[in-house]
Design a protein around this ligand. Structure first.
Ligand code: ADP
Ligand code: MG
Length: 352
């Protein structure tokens, strides 16, 4: 198993242990109904606390596989691959859910002024930082390659047409929904759980979390915010929440090393290089996980000030930024439910 996978697995196990301990009561030593799989290039874990019906988990997993089959850029037969194959040629009719996610992706591109850009494909292909490959590289893309790829990245050339048709205007353009699809998928699992009467559950799609309801006994869920600088992925803080999505984007899990320098997987569509804001990790707390996923990627690039401004325009969304110089900047509406565990960090209340 490669190191990255090991780290991801370890993260999952740590989170599991934490939630398990948090959710476990004397009379319920069996723990929740749980399923873990490797899907969407990440470890996913679903836990239902108030029902023992395995069919619900099956339905959720089937839906996740369907979403991956339709929206993955690496599956040749996916709707997204068909759109990419027909870039500059013709519009492609896609499934309704794919159309919906692309429409949302374009919306996050518009409101973030292109910090989030789902047409980032040519650049992500060039950098190829998926967390699957070897960390140490003997080369990175050349300036010329980056400039060429940049010419093909522009969400304004992504057209959403009638009858669920999608068109990329230029040949060589490439959609990549990797920064938003897990959020959508978490919302879908939540929908399936709720439709099947589940009231208490944790949906974890590789750190893209949705916590449904509350713990048995009426307590809030306790969710750990990872320490970007800890090799063992300790939690630097704990959040008490109910019925919320918590999505984190960071520079510490998927990255490569070239000439001793780290290059992470979130690319700034303005420069073509991994973004260089002051942030090491940002968590978005929102009602819908698609919102959290779109914004986590956007805010990671935009930085604290611009990111906070954007979130404030949208309303009822909270943020936790962890900066490279050891600050934890917490949205004021969150502060009562936020516990900093590691006092080597400086806690700053964001009241802007
Ligand atoms: P993760 O998938 O690691 O949880 P994100 O949600 O932030 O993190 O998504 C990062 C992924 O999105 C990258 O691996 C890449 O495929 C894609 N991506 C990278 N930069 C951008 C960008 N500026 N806009 C949209 N997608 C991006
Ligand atoms: Mg994202």
């Amino acid at each position: 198993m490669k190191l990255n996978k090991k780290i991801l697995l370890l993260t999952g196990i740590l989170l599991f242990q934490f939630l398990f301990m948090a959710g476990c009561q004397k009379k319920d030593i069996e723990g929740p109904l749980t399923r873990s799989e490797f899907l969407m290039n990440t470890y996913i874990t679903l836990r239902i606390y108030d029902k023992k019906d395995k069919d619900i988990l099956d339905k959720a997993i089937d839906r996740l596989k369907e979403i991956e089959d339709r929206m993955s850029v690496t599956i040749e037969t996916s709707d997204v691959s068909l759109i990419n194959d027909n870039a500059g040629v013709k519009p492609v009719k896609v499934n309704e859910d794919v159309y919906h996610v692309i429409k949302e992706a374009k919306y996050y591109a518009q409101i973030s002024k292109g910090a989030f850009d789902p047409t980032i494909g040519p650049l992500t292909d060039l950098w190829n930082i998926t967390g699957e490959e070897e960390r140490e590289r003997d080369s990175i893309p050349t300036e010329e390659e980056i400039q060429d790829a940049l010419k093909l990245v522009n969400y304004e050339d992504l057209e959403l047409l009638e009858y669920n048709q999608v068109f990329l205007k230029k040949k060589g353009m490439k959609l990549n929904l990797g920064a938003i699809v897990k959020g959508y998928a978490a919302d879908e699992v939540k929908r399936i759980f709720v439709e099947n009467g589940v009231k208490s559950a944790i949906i974890d799609l590789g750190g893209n979390l949705y916590v449904l309801g509350e713990k048995e006994g009426g307590e809030a869920w306790k969710i750990g915010i990872q320490d970007p600088f800890s090799e063992t992925r300790d939690y630097l803080a704990i959040l008490n929440i109910r019925n919320k999505s918590v999505v984190t984007s960071g520079d510490y899990e998927r990255y490569i090393i070239y000439n001793g320098k780290r290059y992470h997987h979130i690319i700034d569509p303005k420069s073509g290089y991994p973004s260089e804001s002051e942030i090491s990790g940002v968590s978005i707390i929102s009602d819908e996980s698609i919102t959290g996923d779109g914004l986590s990627t956007a805010l990671f690039i935009l930085g604290v000030e611009e990111g906070t401004k954007l979130v404030n325009e949208l309303g009822d969304i909270q943020t936790v930024f962890v900066t490279k110089n050891g600050e934890v900047i917490v949205h004021e509406n969150l502060i009562e439910d936020f516990y900093l565990r590691d006092d080597s960090y400086k806690l700053i209340i964001n009241s802007k």
